[in-house]
Design a protein around this ligand. Structure first.
Ligand code: SF4
Length: 328
Protein backbone atom coordinates (compact mmCIF):
# COMPACT_ATOMS: atom_id res chain seq x y z
CA UNK A 1 0.00 0.00 0.00
CA UNK A 2 1.38 3.45 -0.93
CA UNK A 3 2.00 6.00 1.83
CA UNK A 4 -0.86 8.48 2.32
CA UNK A 5 -0.30 12.09 1.27
CA UNK A 6 0.02 14.38 4.29
CA UNK A 7 -0.50 18.05 3.59
CA UNK A 8 -0.13 20.96 6.00
CA UNK A 9 -3.94 21.21 5.91
CA UNK A 10 -4.33 17.61 7.11
CA UNK A 11 -1.70 18.16 9.79
CA UNK A 12 -3.52 21.31 10.91
CA UNK A 13 -6.78 19.31 11.05
CA UNK A 14 -5.07 16.61 13.15
CA UNK A 15 -3.97 19.21 15.70
CA UNK A 16 -7.61 20.24 16.06
CA UNK A 17 -9.28 16.84 15.93
CA UNK A 18 -8.21 13.33 14.89
CA UNK A 19 -11.59 12.66 13.25
CA UNK A 20 -11.26 15.79 11.14
CA UNK A 21 -7.82 14.70 9.90
CA UNK A 22 -9.25 11.25 9.09
CA UNK A 23 -12.15 12.71 7.09
CA UNK A 24 -9.86 15.06 5.18
CA UNK A 25 -7.18 12.49 4.42
CA UNK A 26 -9.83 10.09 3.14
CA UNK A 27 -10.89 12.75 0.62
CA UNK A 28 -14.18 13.84 2.18
CA UNK A 29 -15.04 17.40 1.24
CA UNK A 30 -17.56 19.80 2.80
CA UNK A 31 -18.28 23.48 2.28
CA UNK A 32 -16.17 25.47 4.78
CA UNK A 33 -18.03 26.98 7.70
CA UNK A 34 -18.68 30.75 7.66
CA UNK A 35 -16.52 31.39 10.73
CA UNK A 36 -13.67 29.28 9.31
CA UNK A 37 -13.92 31.24 6.05
CA UNK A 38 -13.67 34.50 7.93
CA UNK A 39 -10.58 33.30 9.80
CA UNK A 40 -9.03 32.29 6.49
CA UNK A 41 -9.64 35.75 5.04
CA UNK A 42 -8.08 37.38 8.12
CA UNK A 43 -5.04 35.15 7.75
CA UNK A 44 -4.71 35.86 4.01
CA UNK A 45 -4.88 39.60 4.65
CA UNK A 46 -2.29 39.29 7.41
CA UNK A 47 0.00 37.28 5.12
CA UNK A 48 -0.22 40.01 2.48
CA UNK A 49 0.68 42.74 4.95
CA UNK A 50 3.63 40.71 6.32
CA UNK A 51 4.89 40.08 2.81
CA UNK A 52 4.74 43.80 2.09
CA UNK A 53 6.83 44.46 5.16
CA UNK A 54 9.44 41.92 4.12
CA UNK A 55 9.48 43.29 0.57
CA UNK A 56 10.29 46.75 1.88
CA UNK A 57 13.45 45.20 3.41
CA UNK A 58 14.44 42.60 0.82
CA UNK A 59 14.27 43.79 -2.77
CA UNK A 60 14.98 40.34 -4.26
CA UNK A 61 11.90 38.66 -2.73
CA UNK A 62 10.50 35.98 -5.03
CA UNK A 63 6.92 34.66 -5.24
CA UNK A 64 6.53 30.97 -5.85
CA UNK A 65 2.91 30.89 -6.96
CA UNK A 66 3.29 27.31 -8.24
CA UNK A 67 4.96 24.39 -6.43
CA UNK A 68 8.57 25.48 -6.54
CA UNK A 69 11.14 23.43 -8.45
CA UNK A 70 13.55 22.22 -5.80
CA UNK A 71 16.50 23.25 -7.94
CA UNK A 72 15.28 26.82 -7.66
CA UNK A 73 15.34 26.61 -3.85
CA UNK A 74 18.60 24.70 -3.72
CA UNK A 75 20.30 27.26 -5.95
CA UNK A 76 20.04 29.64 -2.98
CA UNK A 77 19.89 32.65 -5.28
CA UNK A 78 16.88 34.21 -3.53
CA UNK A 79 17.17 35.68 -0.08
CA UNK A 80 13.48 35.17 0.61
CA UNK A 81 10.73 33.20 -1.13
CA UNK A 82 7.01 33.69 -0.48
CA UNK A 83 4.20 31.10 -0.77
CA UNK A 84 6.73 28.40 -1.21
CA UNK A 85 5.04 25.16 -2.36
CA UNK A 86 7.22 22.26 -1.22
CA UNK A 87 6.59 18.59 -1.99
CA UNK A 88 8.78 15.86 -0.55
CA UNK A 89 7.62 12.27 -0.87
CA UNK A 90 4.25 11.99 0.84
CA UNK A 91 4.52 15.47 2.43
CA UNK A 92 3.26 18.75 1.00
CA UNK A 93 3.24 22.21 2.44
CA UNK A 94 2.71 25.73 1.17
CA UNK A 95 5.10 27.67 3.38
CA UNK A 96 4.33 31.36 3.94
CA UNK A 97 7.98 32.24 3.37
CA UNK A 98 11.43 30.73 3.55
CA UNK A 99 14.43 32.89 4.33
CA UNK A 100 18.09 32.16 3.68
CA UNK A 101 20.29 32.26 6.75
CA UNK A 102 23.58 33.35 5.27
CA UNK A 103 25.88 33.30 8.23
CA UNK A 104 26.50 30.61 10.74
CA UNK A 105 24.35 31.43 13.72
CA UNK A 106 24.52 30.18 17.26
CA UNK A 107 22.34 27.32 16.05
CA UNK A 108 25.07 26.24 13.60
CA UNK A 109 22.78 26.27 10.60
CA UNK A 110 23.21 27.81 7.18
CA UNK A 111 20.38 27.47 4.65
CA UNK A 112 16.66 28.16 4.38
CA UNK A 113 14.43 28.48 7.43
CA UNK A 114 10.60 28.55 7.39
CA UNK A 115 8.56 31.61 8.37
CA UNK A 116 4.85 31.64 9.23
CA UNK A 117 2.58 34.68 9.37
CA UNK A 118 0.03 34.31 12.19
CA UNK A 119 -2.51 37.07 12.92
CA UNK A 120 -3.00 36.02 16.59
CA UNK A 121 -1.57 38.25 19.30
CA UNK A 122 -0.69 35.23 21.42
CA UNK A 123 1.12 32.29 19.86
CA UNK A 124 -0.07 28.79 20.67
CA UNK A 125 1.66 25.43 20.54
CA UNK A 126 -0.55 24.74 17.52
CA UNK A 127 1.09 27.64 15.61
CA UNK A 128 4.57 26.39 16.54
CA UNK A 129 3.81 22.81 15.49
CA UNK A 130 2.57 24.02 12.11
CA UNK A 131 5.88 25.87 11.69
CA UNK A 132 7.68 22.64 12.63
CA UNK A 133 5.65 20.72 10.01
CA UNK A 134 6.82 23.25 7.40
CA UNK A 135 10.39 22.76 8.61
CA UNK A 136 10.03 18.98 8.49
CA UNK A 137 8.78 19.06 4.88
CA UNK A 138 11.56 21.50 3.97
CA UNK A 139 14.16 19.24 5.56
CA UNK A 140 12.96 16.23 3.56
CA UNK A 141 13.11 18.27 0.35
CA UNK A 142 16.48 19.92 0.92
CA UNK A 143 18.24 17.24 2.95
CA UNK A 144 19.13 19.59 5.81
CA UNK A 145 16.98 20.27 8.86
CA UNK A 146 16.44 23.89 9.90
CA UNK A 147 17.25 24.34 13.56
CA UNK A 148 15.20 27.52 13.87
CA UNK A 149 12.13 29.06 12.27
CA UNK A 150 10.33 32.37 12.65
CA UNK A 151 6.76 33.42 13.31
CA UNK A 152 5.63 36.96 12.58
CA UNK A 153 2.43 37.66 14.51
CA UNK A 154 -0.03 40.13 15.99
CA UNK A 155 -0.99 43.67 15.07
CA UNK A 156 2.59 44.87 15.56
CA UNK A 157 3.92 42.06 13.37
CA UNK A 158 6.40 40.98 16.02
CA UNK A 159 8.87 38.31 14.95
CA UNK A 160 9.82 35.51 17.32
CA UNK A 161 12.45 32.86 16.67
CA UNK A 162 11.44 29.30 17.48
CA UNK A 163 13.85 26.43 18.21
CA UNK A 164 12.62 23.59 16.08
CA UNK A 165 14.37 20.40 17.20
CA UNK A 166 11.95 19.42 20.02
CA UNK A 167 8.92 20.38 17.94
CA UNK A 168 10.07 18.38 14.91
CA UNK A 169 10.32 15.28 17.14
CA UNK A 170 6.66 15.79 18.07
CA UNK A 171 5.74 16.30 14.41
CA UNK A 172 7.38 12.97 13.50
CA UNK A 173 5.27 11.13 16.09
CA UNK A 174 2.10 12.86 14.95
CA UNK A 175 2.81 12.10 11.32
CA UNK A 176 3.21 8.40 12.18
CA UNK A 177 -0.13 8.49 13.94
CA UNK A 178 -1.81 10.22 10.98
CA UNK A 179 -0.42 7.52 8.64
CA UNK A 180 -1.66 4.69 10.88
CA UNK A 181 -5.04 6.32 11.28
CA UNK A 182 -5.45 7.07 7.57
CA UNK A 183 -4.76 3.50 6.53
CA UNK A 184 -7.06 2.06 9.18
CA UNK A 185 -10.56 0.96 8.06
CA UNK A 186 -11.99 2.26 11.35
CA UNK A 187 -12.26 6.02 11.96
CA UNK A 188 -10.87 7.32 15.27
CA UNK A 189 -13.22 7.61 18.21
CA UNK A 190 -15.40 10.68 17.84
CA UNK A 191 -14.61 13.33 20.46
CA UNK A 192 -16.56 16.57 20.12
CA UNK A 193 -14.33 19.50 21.03
CA UNK A 194 -14.01 23.28 20.99
CA UNK A 195 -13.19 23.34 17.27
CA UNK A 196 -16.52 21.70 16.29
CA UNK A 197 -18.34 25.03 16.19
CA UNK A 198 -16.44 26.08 13.05
CA UNK A 199 -15.72 22.67 11.55
CA UNK A 200 -17.15 21.78 8.14
CA UNK A 201 -18.03 18.28 9.39
CA UNK A 202 -20.09 19.46 12.36
CA UNK A 203 -23.48 18.41 10.93
CA UNK A 204 -22.23 14.89 10.36
CA UNK A 205 -20.56 14.58 13.77
CA UNK A 206 -23.53 16.03 15.58
CA UNK A 207 -25.81 13.47 13.93
CA UNK A 208 -23.42 10.66 14.90
CA UNK A 209 -23.23 11.89 18.49
CA UNK A 210 -27.03 12.14 18.73
CA UNK A 211 -27.45 8.60 17.39
CA UNK A 212 -24.86 7.19 19.76
CA UNK A 213 -26.14 5.37 22.81
CA UNK A 214 -22.74 5.46 24.52
CA UNK A 215 -21.88 9.14 24.07
CA UNK A 216 -20.57 10.97 27.12
CA UNK A 217 -20.90 14.77 27.11
CA UNK A 218 -18.49 16.86 29.18
CA UNK A 219 -19.55 20.48 29.81
CA UNK A 220 -16.51 22.36 31.11
CA UNK A 221 -17.41 24.77 32.53
CA UNK A 222 -20.57 26.66 33.54
CA UNK A 223 -18.64 29.49 35.19
CA UNK A 224 -16.89 30.74 32.07
CA UNK A 225 -20.07 30.18 30.07
CA UNK A 226 -22.07 32.48 32.38
CA UNK A 227 -19.54 35.26 32.05
CA UNK A 228 -19.40 34.84 28.23
CA UNK A 229 -23.19 35.09 28.06
CA UNK A 230 -23.53 38.00 30.48
CA UNK A 231 -20.58 39.91 29.03
CA UNK A 232 -20.11 38.62 25.44
CA UNK A 233 -16.43 39.03 24.43
CA UNK A 234 -17.19 40.47 20.99
CA UNK A 235 -19.85 42.88 22.19
CA UNK A 236 -19.21 46.23 23.77
CA UNK A 237 -22.10 46.63 26.18
CA UNK A 238 -22.64 49.00 28.98
CA UNK A 239 -24.06 46.59 31.51
CA UNK A 240 -25.07 42.95 31.68
CA UNK A 241 -26.65 41.15 28.74
CA UNK A 242 -29.48 39.55 30.78
CA UNK A 243 -31.67 38.75 27.76
CA UNK A 244 -28.97 36.57 26.13
CA UNK A 245 -28.02 34.96 29.39
CA UNK A 246 -31.55 34.02 30.47
CA UNK A 247 -32.36 32.61 27.01
CA UNK A 248 -29.18 30.50 26.96
CA UNK A 249 -29.65 29.38 30.56
CA UNK A 250 -33.25 28.25 30.05
CA UNK A 251 -32.36 26.39 26.81
CA UNK A 252 -29.51 24.63 28.60
CA UNK A 253 -31.65 23.55 31.55
CA UNK A 254 -34.40 22.27 29.20
CA UNK A 255 -31.85 20.30 27.16
CA UNK A 256 -30.27 18.88 30.30
CA UNK A 257 -33.60 17.75 31.69
CA UNK A 258 -34.48 16.07 28.36
CA UNK A 259 -31.07 14.41 27.90
CA UNK A 260 -31.06 10.63 28.24
CA UNK A 261 -27.28 10.13 27.86
CA UNK A 262 -24.48 10.63 30.38
CA UNK A 263 -23.43 14.23 31.02
CA UNK A 264 -20.66 15.48 33.31
CA UNK A 265 -20.89 19.17 34.17
CA UNK A 266 -18.11 21.20 35.76
CA UNK A 267 -18.99 24.35 37.68
CA UNK A 268 -17.56 26.49 40.47
CA UNK A 269 -18.86 27.25 43.91
CA UNK A 270 -18.45 31.01 44.42
CA UNK A 271 -20.54 31.57 47.50
CA UNK A 272 -18.02 30.71 50.19
CA UNK A 273 -16.08 33.99 50.17
CA UNK A 274 -16.99 37.54 51.13
CA UNK A 275 -19.69 39.48 49.24
CA UNK A 276 -17.89 41.28 46.35
CA UNK A 277 -17.69 45.06 46.55
CA UNK A 278 -18.77 45.74 42.94
CA UNK A 279 -22.15 45.25 41.26
CA UNK A 280 -20.94 43.11 38.32
CA UNK A 281 -19.26 40.59 40.62
CA UNK A 282 -22.36 40.38 42.80
CA UNK A 283 -24.53 39.72 39.72
CA UNK A 284 -22.11 37.03 38.62
CA UNK A 285 -22.05 35.42 42.05
CA UNK A 286 -25.85 35.35 42.28
CA UNK A 287 -26.33 33.96 38.76
CA UNK A 288 -23.68 31.29 39.36
CA UNK A 289 -25.30 30.22 42.62
CA UNK A 290 -28.80 30.07 41.14
CA UNK A 291 -27.57 28.11 38.13
CA UNK A 292 -25.69 25.64 40.34
CA UNK A 293 -28.88 25.03 42.31
CA UNK A 294 -30.97 24.52 39.16
CA UNK A 295 -28.42 22.14 37.62
CA UNK A 296 -27.97 20.21 40.87
CA UNK A 297 -31.75 19.71 41.06
CA UNK A 298 -31.70 17.98 37.65
CA UNK A 299 -28.49 15.96 38.08
CA UNK A 300 -28.48 12.47 39.60
CA UNK A 301 -25.25 13.03 41.52
CA UNK A 302 -23.43 16.16 42.73
CA UNK A 303 -19.89 16.33 44.13
CA UNK A 304 -17.96 19.21 45.67
CA UNK A 305 -14.26 18.73 44.99
CA UNK A 306 -11.71 20.46 47.21
CA UNK A 307 -7.97 19.75 46.97
CA UNK A 308 -8.77 16.85 44.66
CA UNK A 309 -11.02 15.23 47.27
CA UNK A 310 -14.64 14.65 46.21
CA UNK A 311 -17.38 15.16 48.74
CA UNK A 312 -20.75 13.76 47.66
CA UNK A 313 -23.49 16.37 48.10
CA UNK A 314 -26.21 14.41 46.29
CA UNK A 315 -25.79 10.63 46.05
CA UNK A 316 -27.34 8.72 43.18
CA UNK A 317 -29.03 6.38 45.63
CA UNK A 318 -30.76 7.75 48.71
CA UNK A 319 -28.86 6.83 51.88
CA UNK A 320 -30.30 3.98 53.93
CA UNK A 321 -33.00 4.98 56.41
CA UNK A 322 -31.57 5.97 59.75
CA UNK A 323 -32.54 4.11 62.80
CA UNK A 324 -32.73 5.95 66.05
CA UNK A 325 -29.82 5.27 68.33
CA UNK A 326 -30.99 3.56 71.49
CA UNK A 327 -29.49 5.43 74.37
CA UNK A 328 -29.00 3.56 77.58
S1 SF4 B 1 -17.16 18.41 13.99
FE1 SF4 B 1 -15.82 18.23 15.76
S2 SF4 B 1 -15.57 16.04 16.11
FE2 SF4 B 1 -16.33 16.30 14.03
S3 SF4 B 1 -14.54 16.36 12.73
FE3 SF4 B 1 -15.04 18.46 13.23
S4 SF4 B 1 -13.85 18.97 15.04
FE4 SF4 B 1 -13.86 16.73 14.85
Amino acid sequence: MSSPIITAEIFDAFLKCESKAYFKSSGQIREPDELANWRLEVRQEFRRSCQLRYRSIFQDAFDASQPLPLDEVKSGKHHILFDCGIEAGQFQSRIDAVEKVTRLSRMKYRGYIPIRFVPNEKLSRHDKLLLAFDAYTLSLALGTTPTIGKIMHGMDQRTVTIRLAPLISVVRLMVEKICTQTTSPEPPQLVLNKHCIECEFKARCRALAEESTTALILVDCLTLWISNCLWPPAQVVDGNDYATWHRERDDFLDALAACTGDVIIVSNEVGTGIVPNNAASRVFRDEQGWLNQAVAAICDEVFLVTAGLPMCLKPSQPPPARTATQLP
